[in-house]
Ligand binder design. Structure first.
Ligand code: FES
Length: 159
């Protein structure tokens, strides 16, 4: 663990607020991890160490939560996160083609990040919009009834 690592005053303040407002330590852990990830992009070992001290939970418990929860990244990711839905309805509507297309276009495989750190590609389970399959999410935005043409346009718009 890097001894010079420090959370910012703002981060500590937000984490303490979260700690106060959630009785459940698992829920507050996830929120605290999100606070740090929001600024830093991912959660390092040093972040785990620092957060665990504030929340007063063991590092290994926090590590386990961070690893289990797919929204928390444990290594550096791209500026934009693409999640394509691979659940059953999207599967029937060609999400495999979308996956192959994205892999080829971005020159990465699932779970990887482009060299320029512009995109990370991940699968996700049902996004709750099965009637508009196939569906992908880029960062916080969901896109429906995808075509390959639409995907090309979308990729262009995320820098
Ligand atoms: Fe893809 Fe439901 S299966 S949104």
């Amino acid at each position: 663990v890097n001894d010079t690592f420090e959370l910012s005053y703002e981060e500590i303040k937000e984490i303490l607020e979260v700690k106060r407002s959630y009785e459940n330590s698992r829920a507050s852990s996830i929120e605290a991890l999100k606070i740090v990830q929001k600024k830093r992009g991912w959660i390092s070992r040093s972040s785990i160490n620092a957060i665990s001290k504030i929340l007063r939970i063991s590092e290994s418990d926090l590590e386990e939560i961070a690893t289990f929860y797919s929204q928390i990244f444990r290594k550096p990711v791209g500026r934009n996160i693409i999640r394509y839905c691979d659940s059953v309805v999207c599967y029937m509507h060609g999400c495999e083609d979308i996956k192959f297309f994205l892999e080829k276009r971005l020159n990465i495989f699932i779970g990887e990040t482009t060299k320029d750190f512009r995109f990370t590609l991940l699968p996700t389970c049902c996004l709750g919009a099965c009637d508009k399959a196939p569906v992908i999410m880029i960062n916080d935005h969901t896109y429906f009834c995808l075509t390959l043409k639409l995907i090309v346009e979308l990729l262009e718009s995320y820098k």
